[in-house]
Design a protein around this ligand. Sequence first.
Ligand SMILES: NC(=O)c1ccc[n+]([C@@H]2O[C@H](COP(=O)([O-])OP(=O)(O)OC[C@H]3O[C@@H](n4cnc5c(N)ncnc54)[C@H](O)[C@@H]3O)[C@@H](O)[C@H]2O)c1
Length: 370
Amino acid sequence: MIIGVPKEIKNNENRVALTPAGVTEFRKHGHTVYIQTEAGKGSGFSDELYSEAGATILPTIEEVYGIAEMIIKVKEPIESEYPLIKEDQLLFTYFHFASSEPLTHAMIERKAVCLAYETVEKTDRSLPLLVPMSEVAGRMAIQEGAKYLEKPMGGFGILLGGVAGVKPANVLILGGGIVGTQSAKMASGLGANVTIVDISLARLRYLEDIMPANVDTVMSNEYNIRELIKGANLIIGGVLIPGAKAPSLITRDMLKLMKPGTVMVDVAIDQGGCFETSKATTHENPIYEVDGVVHYCVANMPGAVPYTSTLALTNATLPYALQLANLGWKKACENSEELRKGLNVVNGKVVFKGVSDAWNLTYTDVKELF
Ligand SMILES: NC(=O)c1ccc[n+]([C@@H]2O[C@H](COP(=O)([O-])OP(=O)(O)OC[C@H]3O[C@@H](n4cnc5c(N)ncnc54)[C@H](O)[C@@H]3O)[C@@H](O)[C@H]2O)c1
């Protein structure tokens, strides 16, 4: 198959959908790979590295879309890319169709085959192509939190791990899923006192078993959260109710219970945030203060560490991309329920219920495609 990797052109997107290692894998299976010049630059991969791995570098995005049977990307195509997409062309990328009506209509019109990273789903209902970004964001939340706890950055001025004779900081983590677990690992590794709250007792039991001794688990309810925030120095918001807005676990009136200079990192901001006072921020301007409490609410945290994020993402996407290239999308999706769940819009038909419902479009059962 002919694979094309365009350079991401969405604002501040430095990730790339394929690494030189991925090119080597495609080549081994007899595929041809075209990479747009400088596509990997933001993630630290030069054109030379791609060439050495066996890819052909193309100077323009038009040439990449023009030649490829399968386009692998990171973010959804933006408006200037719509006219470049061809009928029957396979697009494998994050789409998030339910949050963009123009994108949905454009992909229907282009009659492309749109396989969305975010809806590829394993039989245990986990989302393998979303997990890596939660892992990155969860780990980063502690790094960012530690930074903004420094006095010159607006924080209380406490070191997460303390030193001999001085107590470490208290880190409170709301939600013990992927984000929460990774945050807890980082914070406990730095020597902080960590508390994870979750509504799932089964999850708390699991975390209690695997976490080191400086991590406690507490059942999530308003009473417990009110008590815990009084002593917290850093609070991480990592709750998720699938398909719904995140619950406001810390309301505005609760801020006055906290110490001035407490830092709150709302990782769940992409689902509306789990602190009432959260509003989305950017890497250029990541924080603001409410009632003396520092809020960090960057909606695309992994974007700040494109090298790590690119490798984490491509480690997860490459095996699926190889299946698609080896078998063609139809056979690959026929064989694999995981991949089939990724199909959203195919040759003008909407085959994902969440997308047809979101925009009042006719739904076609994906099984009708086979
Ligand atoms: N800002 C970013 O850059 C970024 C990056 C990646 C992920 N995210 C977001 O982070 C959030 C968490 O993702 P995840 O992968 O860890 O999800 P997850 O499903 O693995 O974990 C969510 C956890 O929240 C718990 N929970 C639900 N309601 C709760 C409540 N009332 N109190 C306490 N815990 C509760 C669940 O039991 C679950 O354990 C999502 O909204 C995700 O989109 C943001």
